[in-house]
Design a protein. Structure first.
Lengths: 101, 179
């Protein structure tokens, strides 16, 4: 069977769901953050697939911007985690529940 | 050829992604993440977007994951506070997985399934043609044309965003006075 749009969209969805389950199940902030990045990557994969099969360049350009923003976002997010660790000596979400209620 | 490559990289990517979720050690998770991101980059190559594939591997699998590994090793979190995951969370995750899988199945096989556009050419041109300037091309040059014409303002905004992120990181990382 020819590889088509369906295959790439299915693959991107599966990657997205694995990332989402990881965000829900894991307790370490760093791993949760990695799983968020995975979901972002799944979205870029879907964008490139739609861009290719609709024969437009716009989706691919959008992925270019997403990679730029993701790089900036990772830098800020990791700086936040480091600042949090300095103050609280933990990165486990179970122990960071002051905003829960 | 492309078929077997697609299945190989898809299997590698999904296995690595699952490893990220189940692995107890954050460093192992980061290694799996690198493999998963390389898999995404390989799929960009299969989609005739080699420029984005290279960018994905350089920026994501390279720079971003090195930053992650650096922070993981810097914080050196004592591993495996072996708190079991609550069963409600696992149940909710599995329900979510089932719902999403059903949605994808419906998208691919359902009554009004995703159409496969027929206007896609087997091998895209290297540069945008005169008759369709926005057509999908494989060359890096077409990115340059788009970025400096249609997407000029977003490029400027992205530049400012990077500057703001840099300032933010410096501010956050500064030694704070003990309150």
């Amino acid at each position: 069977m020819e590889i088509g749009l369906h295959h790439f969209v299915t693959l991107a969805s599966l990657l997205f769901v694995i990332g989402l389950v990881g965000v829900l199940v894991r307790r370490n902030t760093l791993v949760i953050y990695m799983c968020l990045e995975m979901m972002l990557s799944a979205a870029t994969l879907a964008l490139v697939a739609f861009s290719r099969y609709n024969n437009t360049m716009d989706g691919a350009i959008f992925v270019f911007f997403i990679i730029t923003v993701a790089a900036a976002e990772v830098a800020v997010g990791l700086a936040l985690i480091v600042a949090l660790f300095r103050r609280r000596e933990t990165v486990m979400v179970d122990e960071l529940k002051e905003l829960k209620h | 050829m492309v078929d077997s490559l697609f299945y190989f990289f898809a299997a590698m990517m999904l296995a690595a992604a699952l490893f990220v979720v189940v692995s107890r050690n954050p460093v192992n998770s980061a290694m799996g993440m690198i493999l998963a991101l390389v898999g995404v980059g390989a799929n960009f190559f299969l989609l005739d977007a080699p420029f984005l594939g290279v960018l994905q591997i350089l920026v994501y699998a390279g720079a971003v994951m090195v930053l992650f590994l650096f922070i993981i090793m810097l914080l050196d979190v004592d591993q495996a506070a072996k708190i079991p995951v609550p069963w409600t969370t696992v149940l909710f995750g599995l329900v979510l997985l089932a719902v999403f899988s059903g949605a994808v199945w419906w998208l691919v096989n359902g009554a009004d399934a995703l159409p496969t556009p027929e206007n896609v050419s087997a091998t895209p041109a290297a540069l945008p043609g005169a008759e369709n300037p926005g057509a999908f091309t494989s060359g890096a040059k077409s990115f340059g044309y788009s970025l400096f014409t249609k997407y000029m303002l977003p490029v400027q905004i992205a530049g400012f965003l990077l500057l703001i992120a840099m300032i933010g990181v410096v501010t956050l990382s500064k030694k704070q006075k003990q309150a």
